[in-house]
Design a binder for this molecule. Sequence first.
Ligand code: 6PG
Length: 248
Amino acid sequence: MSTLSVWGELVACHTASEIADVAAKRIAAAIEAKLRTQPLVSIALSGGTTPRETYARLALAKHVDWSKVLFFWVDERAVSPSDARSNYHMVDEAMLQKLPVNRNQVARMQADLTDLKSAAASYESLLRARVMLGPKNVPQLDILTLGVGADGHTASLFPRDAALQEQKALVTAVAPAAGREARLTLTFPMLLNASNVFVLASGLEKNKALERAWAAHGDDGETPLRALRNAIGATTWIIDRAAGGLLK
Ligand code: 6PG
Protein backbone atom coordinates (compact mmCIF):
# COMPACT_ATOMS: atom_id res chain seq x y z
CA MET A 1 0.00 0.00 0.00
CA SER A 2 1.45 3.41 -0.94
CA THR A 3 1.75 6.08 1.71
CA LEU A 4 -1.70 7.28 2.71
CA SER A 5 -2.28 10.92 3.57
CA VAL A 6 -5.77 11.27 4.99
CA TRP A 7 -6.78 14.91 5.21
CA GLY A 8 -9.31 16.14 7.76
CA GLU A 9 -10.51 14.00 10.67
CA LEU A 10 -10.91 10.21 10.41
CA VAL A 11 -13.48 8.56 12.68
CA ALA A 12 -13.18 4.76 12.47
CA CYS A 13 -16.38 3.02 13.55
CA HIS A 14 -16.97 -0.68 14.09
CA THR A 15 -20.33 -0.96 12.35
CA ALA A 16 -22.65 0.82 9.92
CA SER A 17 -24.95 1.52 12.86
CA GLU A 18 -22.13 3.28 14.70
CA ILE A 19 -21.42 5.35 11.56
CA ALA A 20 -25.05 6.50 11.65
CA ASP A 21 -24.86 7.36 15.35
CA VAL A 22 -21.60 9.29 15.04
CA ALA A 23 -22.59 11.05 11.81
CA ALA A 24 -25.98 12.14 13.16
CA LYS A 25 -24.40 13.50 16.35
CA ARG A 26 -21.67 15.35 14.41
CA ILE A 27 -24.10 16.82 11.86
CA ALA A 28 -26.54 17.91 14.59
CA ALA A 29 -23.65 19.53 16.47
CA ALA A 30 -22.49 21.30 13.29
CA ILE A 31 -26.01 22.65 12.72
CA GLU A 32 -26.22 23.93 16.30
CA ALA A 33 -22.75 25.46 16.10
CA LYS A 34 -23.69 27.36 12.95
CA LEU A 35 -26.99 28.55 14.49
CA ARG A 36 -25.03 30.17 17.29
CA THR A 37 -23.64 32.68 14.78
CA GLN A 38 -26.14 32.78 11.88
CA PRO A 39 -29.94 32.70 11.46
CA LEU A 40 -30.14 29.78 9.03
CA VAL A 41 -28.08 26.69 8.15
CA SER A 42 -27.82 25.10 4.72
CA ILE A 43 -27.25 21.36 4.39
CA ALA A 44 -26.86 19.41 1.14
CA LEU A 45 -27.51 15.69 1.33
CA SER A 46 -26.21 12.77 -0.68
CA GLY A 47 -28.32 9.76 -1.51
CA GLY A 48 -27.47 6.10 -1.85
CA THR A 49 -27.80 3.57 0.96
CA THR A 50 -25.06 4.51 3.44
CA PRO A 51 -26.47 7.81 4.77
CA ARG A 52 -30.06 6.59 5.13
CA GLU A 53 -29.60 5.42 8.72
CA THR A 54 -27.85 8.68 9.59
CA TYR A 55 -30.85 10.64 8.29
CA ALA A 56 -33.17 8.41 10.32
CA ARG A 57 -31.12 9.19 13.46
CA LEU A 58 -31.22 12.92 12.64
CA ALA A 59 -35.01 12.70 12.53
CA LEU A 60 -34.80 11.86 16.25
CA ALA A 61 -32.62 14.89 17.09
CA LYS A 62 -35.44 16.91 18.60
CA HIS A 63 -32.98 19.35 20.24
CA VAL A 64 -32.09 20.79 16.81
CA ASP A 65 -34.09 23.84 15.67
CA TRP A 66 -35.02 22.32 12.32
CA SER A 67 -37.13 25.37 11.43
CA LYS A 68 -33.83 27.13 10.69
CA VAL A 69 -32.37 24.47 8.41
CA LEU A 70 -32.50 24.73 4.60
CA PHE A 71 -32.29 21.35 2.86
CA PHE A 72 -30.61 20.82 -0.51
CA TRP A 73 -29.33 17.80 -2.39
CA VAL A 74 -25.82 16.95 -3.52
CA ASP A 75 -27.15 14.99 -6.45
CA GLU A 76 -30.28 13.34 -7.81
CA ARG A 77 -31.19 10.63 -10.23
CA ALA A 78 -33.35 11.35 -13.29
CA VAL A 79 -36.37 9.59 -11.84
CA SER A 80 -39.67 10.68 -10.32
CA PRO A 81 -39.42 11.96 -6.73
CA SER A 82 -41.73 9.12 -5.76
CA ASP A 83 -39.36 6.53 -7.26
CA ALA A 84 -37.48 4.39 -4.70
CA ARG A 85 -34.24 5.30 -6.52
CA SER A 86 -34.78 9.01 -5.89
CA ASN A 87 -32.45 10.62 -3.35
CA TYR A 88 -35.24 13.05 -2.52
CA HIS A 89 -37.55 10.11 -1.83
CA MET A 90 -35.01 8.45 0.46
CA VAL A 91 -34.29 11.62 2.49
CA ASP A 92 -37.98 12.52 2.66
CA GLU A 93 -38.96 9.06 3.97
CA ALA A 94 -35.99 8.67 6.34
CA MET A 95 -36.03 12.16 7.79
CA LEU A 96 -38.05 15.07 6.39
CA GLN A 97 -41.48 13.55 6.94
CA LYS A 98 -40.56 13.19 10.64
CA LEU A 99 -39.26 16.73 11.14
CA PRO A 100 -41.17 19.96 11.80
CA VAL A 101 -40.03 21.60 8.55
CA ASN A 102 -42.01 23.59 5.98
CA ARG A 103 -41.78 22.55 2.40
CA ASN A 104 -40.25 25.96 1.61
CA GLN A 105 -37.20 24.84 3.57
CA VAL A 106 -36.74 21.91 1.18
CA ALA A 107 -35.24 22.50 -2.28
CA ARG A 108 -35.68 19.35 -4.31
CA MET A 109 -33.33 18.85 -7.27
CA GLN A 110 -35.74 18.40 -10.21
CA ALA A 111 -33.83 15.72 -12.08
CA ASP A 112 -37.16 14.32 -13.22
CA LEU A 113 -37.55 17.21 -15.69
CA THR A 114 -36.90 16.41 -19.34
CA ASP A 115 -34.47 19.28 -19.86
CA LEU A 116 -31.72 18.47 -17.34
CA LYS A 117 -29.52 21.34 -18.51
CA SER A 118 -32.25 23.82 -17.67
CA ALA A 119 -32.98 21.99 -14.38
CA ALA A 120 -29.29 22.30 -13.45
CA ALA A 121 -29.32 26.05 -14.19
CA SER A 122 -32.50 26.48 -12.15
CA TYR A 123 -30.99 24.68 -9.17
CA GLU A 124 -27.88 26.84 -9.40
CA SER A 125 -30.05 29.98 -9.36
CA LEU A 126 -31.87 28.63 -6.33
CA LEU A 127 -28.57 27.96 -4.52
CA ARG A 128 -27.36 31.46 -5.34
CA ALA A 129 -30.62 32.93 -4.03
CA ARG A 130 -30.76 30.95 -0.79
CA VAL A 131 -27.18 30.16 0.28
CA MET A 132 -24.79 32.81 1.58
CA LEU A 133 -21.87 33.51 -0.73
CA GLY A 134 -18.44 32.30 0.31
CA PRO A 135 -15.04 32.67 -1.33
CA LYS A 136 -14.87 33.12 -5.12
CA ASN A 137 -18.48 34.41 -5.11
CA VAL A 138 -19.70 30.81 -4.79
CA PRO A 139 -22.56 29.96 -2.39
CA GLN A 140 -21.02 28.30 0.68
CA LEU A 141 -23.05 25.39 1.96
CA ASP A 142 -22.69 24.98 5.71
CA ILE A 143 -22.83 21.19 5.71
CA LEU A 144 -22.52 18.43 3.09
CA THR A 145 -22.88 14.70 3.35
CA LEU A 146 -20.98 12.73 0.72
CA GLY A 147 -20.71 9.05 -0.03
CA VAL A 148 -18.05 6.98 -1.74
CA GLY A 149 -18.66 4.80 -4.75
CA ALA A 150 -16.61 1.61 -5.09
CA ASP A 151 -15.26 3.21 -8.29
CA GLY A 152 -14.12 6.29 -6.38
CA HIS A 153 -17.00 8.57 -7.37
CA THR A 154 -18.64 10.96 -4.98
CA ALA A 155 -21.85 12.91 -5.50
CA SER A 156 -22.60 12.01 -9.13
CA LEU A 157 -19.07 12.86 -10.22
CA PHE A 158 -17.94 9.67 -11.87
CA PRO A 159 -14.48 8.61 -13.08
CA ARG A 160 -13.46 10.22 -16.40
CA ASP A 161 -16.80 12.05 -16.69
CA ALA A 162 -16.84 15.51 -18.26
CA ALA A 163 -18.56 16.86 -15.13
CA LEU A 164 -15.24 16.50 -13.26
CA GLN A 165 -13.81 19.32 -15.35
CA GLU A 166 -16.72 21.73 -14.74
CA GLN A 167 -15.23 24.78 -13.02
CA LYS A 168 -17.94 27.39 -13.70
CA ALA A 169 -21.39 25.83 -13.34
CA LEU A 170 -22.29 24.88 -9.75
CA VAL A 171 -24.78 22.24 -10.83
CA THR A 172 -24.54 20.08 -13.92
CA ALA A 173 -26.29 17.24 -15.72
CA VAL A 174 -24.53 13.88 -15.96
CA ALA A 175 -25.25 11.60 -18.92
CA PRO A 176 -26.69 8.15 -18.24
CA ALA A 177 -24.36 5.15 -18.43
CA ALA A 178 -24.78 1.39 -18.36
CA GLY A 179 -27.04 0.62 -15.39
CA ARG A 180 -27.10 4.26 -14.26
CA GLU A 181 -29.74 6.90 -14.83
CA ALA A 182 -28.89 10.43 -15.93
CA ARG A 183 -28.17 12.62 -12.93
CA LEU A 184 -27.99 16.17 -11.65
CA THR A 185 -25.03 16.87 -9.39
CA LEU A 186 -23.30 19.67 -7.57
CA THR A 187 -19.91 20.25 -9.17
CA PHE A 188 -16.55 20.52 -7.44
CA PRO A 189 -16.59 24.35 -7.24
CA MET A 190 -19.69 23.94 -5.05
CA LEU A 191 -18.59 20.86 -3.10
CA LEU A 192 -15.11 22.18 -2.31
CA ASN A 193 -16.53 25.47 -0.99
CA ALA A 194 -18.64 23.91 1.79
CA SER A 195 -17.79 24.67 5.42
CA ASN A 196 -18.22 21.12 6.74
CA VAL A 197 -17.98 17.96 4.64
CA PHE A 198 -18.97 14.63 6.18
CA VAL A 199 -17.91 11.62 4.10
CA LEU A 200 -19.68 8.41 5.07
CA ALA A 201 -18.41 5.02 3.88
CA SER A 202 -19.17 1.50 4.99
CA GLY A 203 -18.03 -1.90 3.75
CA LEU A 204 -14.98 -3.56 2.25
CA GLU A 205 -16.10 -2.62 -1.27
CA LYS A 206 -15.22 1.01 -0.49
CA ASN A 207 -11.71 0.27 0.77
CA LYS A 208 -9.83 0.46 -2.54
CA ALA A 209 -11.55 3.74 -3.47
CA LEU A 210 -10.64 5.27 -0.11
CA GLU A 211 -7.04 4.11 -0.35
CA ARG A 212 -6.78 5.55 -3.87
CA ALA A 213 -8.31 8.78 -2.58
CA TRP A 214 -5.90 8.99 0.34
CA ALA A 215 -2.79 7.90 -1.58
CA ALA A 216 -0.13 10.60 -1.65
CA HIS A 217 -0.13 10.38 -5.46
CA GLY A 218 -2.90 9.38 -7.84
CA ASP A 219 -5.23 10.31 -10.66
CA ASP A 220 -8.23 12.47 -9.74
CA GLY A 221 -9.85 11.56 -13.05
CA GLU A 222 -9.78 7.90 -12.07
CA THR A 223 -10.78 8.57 -8.43
CA PRO A 224 -12.86 11.77 -8.25
CA LEU A 225 -12.96 11.50 -4.44
CA ARG A 226 -9.29 12.59 -4.48
CA ALA A 227 -10.35 16.11 -5.47
CA LEU A 228 -11.87 16.57 -2.00
CA ARG A 229 -8.35 17.23 -0.70
CA ASN A 230 -8.88 20.75 -2.14
CA ALA A 231 -11.92 21.37 0.06
CA ILE A 232 -11.61 24.69 1.92
CA GLY A 233 -13.74 23.56 4.87
CA ALA A 234 -13.43 20.81 7.45
CA THR A 235 -13.61 17.23 6.15
CA THR A 236 -14.66 14.44 8.49
CA TRP A 237 -14.43 10.82 7.32
CA ILE A 238 -16.90 8.63 9.20
CA ILE A 239 -16.19 5.10 8.06
CA ASP A 240 -16.19 1.57 9.35
CA ARG A 241 -13.01 -0.45 9.68
CA ALA A 242 -13.93 -2.57 6.66
CA ALA A 243 -14.08 0.50 4.41
CA GLY A 244 -10.96 1.92 5.97
CA GLY A 245 -9.01 -1.28 5.46
CA LEU A 246 -8.02 -1.13 9.13
CA LEU A 247 -9.08 -4.74 9.45
CA LYS A 248 -6.16 -5.83 7.24
C1 6PG B 1 -26.07 8.65 -5.15
C2 6PG B 1 -25.07 9.25 -4.19
C3 6PG B 1 -23.74 8.64 -4.48
C4 6PG B 1 -23.48 7.73 -3.30
C5 6PG B 1 -22.42 6.70 -3.61
C6 6PG B 1 -22.35 5.67 -2.48
O1 6PG B 1 -26.93 9.35 -5.68
O2 6PG B 1 -25.98 7.42 -5.30
O3 6PG B 1 -25.09 10.55 -4.05
O4 6PG B 1 -22.67 9.50 -4.62
O5 6PG B 1 -23.08 8.53 -2.19
O6 6PG B 1 -22.78 6.06 -4.82
O7 6PG B 1 -23.59 5.02 -2.42
P1 6PG B 1 -23.93 3.95 -1.27
O8 6PG B 1 -24.00 4.73 -0.01
O9 6PG B 1 -25.26 3.39 -1.71
O10 6PG B 1 -22.82 2.94 -1.28
